[in-house]
Write a protein that binds this ligand. Structure first.
Ligand code: SF4
Length: 462
């Protein structure tokens, strides 16, 4: 494996240390959106706890509420404004409660939030998480404040963290994105790609391994380009494959996953690192978005149907037993019946284990939102969406059926939500497996798969 010599990263500031000032007070964090937000919320909780606060389980019992907003998922904006309305009533009863709104919607719509919800004490963006306590101090002393900056000020990973699970952890390796997918708001709210130094990442994973974490998920918007903004050995190039090998060799870490790769940047060295590093799971999330070259071009995805399928075959050849999931958008502006049929053809050919399917929803601030003359009627989109989910459910069921009778290692996530005597577990390939019996969260066990359903498997301990 190549040894890496590091030149300095862009100068991000170190978080300031402070004496806890809110001992005995309670906080509540509500998160909307993707894993990146979930992990940012763990950092916010870490900062609050470092300031002496304890978590509580609802708005009513909280002295400080942090709403981590999203602009990507459908209806996330509406739900956020609904929540802010509900919080006004709570704040009327408890005027001392401090309300902070952060995340992507705050980054993008700071003025609208101020206008629609003037009772919010702090509006802050995605690039200044490290400032949350200073902004809270300011708001308590001087009244409402908005601070949204355009460039990342401190790597979120340099902040304290309160993790949701003790056996599994998110690890940020990169923030921002240099792509220009026309449906996506991420580049304008999360900024350009910034990679975290590999040494820092490995150190964090080593600390996690030493404290009993057995699974890490590396997080970035486009992990395959990780490292190309760093000068490594005097050169700027993607080094995600090397990072996987280093993270995968850390003591105690038995599973490494990552999200999300980009089909345009996914190369053989990453597939080889996956297959040659035992801890790296045979799981790949490979977002297709559309099977039509015309629509892929309009989306600015940078690949064609053929290139996508080639790269997928390459990954499957190199990584035996690979589990593959994808994202698909139905009804992108201008999508015709022929375009949609091409998506269905790829779904049949690619045989994804699972797919996250989305109805196109116009996000203000994106290029696609301006293509109003090409918007597809809602009922046409709905009909296509239903057909797509029918096909994918069948394919998922067929893929799951292939696993019946196999023995596989699973990692328990604790009792299932419906039955305490059944554990929810995950296979290395990312499949959900319900296993009879009580198996503590974080424990590994071997199971034999007894039955397949479209969205999960049933298994018995061997
Ligand atoms: S790769 Fe495209 S979809 Fe993904 S974050 Fe970047 S712009 Fe958005």
């Amino acid at each position: 494996m190549t040894q890496t010599v590091l030149l300095p990263n862009p100068s991000l500031r170190e978080p300031a240390r402070r004496v806890p000032t809110r001992v005995g007070r309670h906080y509540f964090v509500r998160t909307f959106g993707c894993q990146m937000n979930v992990h940012d919320s763990e950092r916010i909780a870490g900062l609050f706890e470092a300031d002496g606060m304890q978590s509580t389980d609802g708005y009513e019992s909280a002295d400080v509420v942090y709403i981590n907003t999203c602009t990507i998922r459908e209806n996330a904006d509406n739900r956020m404004y609904g929540n802010l309305g509900q919080l006004k009533a709570i704040k009327d009863l408890n005027p001392e409660m401090m309300l902070i709104v952060g995340g992507c919607a705050a980054q993008k719509d700071r003025d609208m939030i101020r206008e629609k919800a003037p009772w919010v004490d702090v509006v802050m963006g995605t690039h200044n998480l490290d400032r949350v306590l200073d902004l809270l101090d300011h708001a308590e002393q001087w009244g409402p404040i908005t601070e949204v900056v355009d460039e990342l000020q401190a790597m979120p990973s340099s902040l304290p963290v309160k993790r949701e699970l003790s056996h599994s952890a998110w690890v940020t390796i990169q923030v921002g994105c240099n792509n220009t997918c026309t449906f996506c708001i991420v580049p304008s709210v999360r900024g350009v790609e910034v990679s975290r130094r590999p040494g820092d990442i490995v150190r964090e994973v080593e600390q996690l391994g030493a404290t009993g974490v057995v699974e890490v998920t590396l997080l970035g918007q486009n992990v395959d380009t990780y490292g190309r903004d760093l000068a490594i050995d005097g050169r700027r190039r993607p080094i995600f494959g090397e990072l996987l090998r280093r993270v995968g060799s850390v003591d105690g870490i038995r599973r490494v996953r990552f999200t999300s790769p980009h089909p345009n940047d996914f190369r053989e060295d990453v597939a080889l690192a996956m297959s040659e590093t035992e801890a790296v799971c045979e799981q790949l999330h490979f977002p297709l978005q559309s099977g039509s070259n015309r629509i892929l071009r309009a989306m600015h995805r940078g690949y064609t149907q053929a290139k996508y399928l080639d790269r997928l075959s390459m990954a499957r050849e190199i990584i035996p037993g690979l589990g593959v999931s994808t994202d698909i958008i139905v009804g992108f502006p201008g999508e015709t019946d022929e375009d949609f049929e091409m998506t269905l053809e790829v779904v049949e050919e690619a045989r994804f284990d699972s797919a996250f399917t989305f109805i196109f929803s116009s996000r203000p601030g994106t290029r696609a939102a301006e293509m109003t003359d090409k918007f597809v009627p809602k009922e046409v989109i709905q009909e296509r969406f239903d057909r797509l989910t029918d096909v994918q459910d069948r394919v998922s069921y067929e893929r799951n059926t292939e696993a019946v009778g196999q023995t596989m290692e699973v990692l328990s996530e604790g009792p299932s939500r419906k039955r305490a005597d059944v554990a929810t577990t995950r296979s290395r390939t990312g499949k959900l497996v319900h296993v009879a019996g009580r198996h503590p969260c974080g424990s590994f066990l071997d199971v034999v798969v007894t039955e397949a359903k479209p969205h999960y498997l049933l298994g018995s301990p061997v």
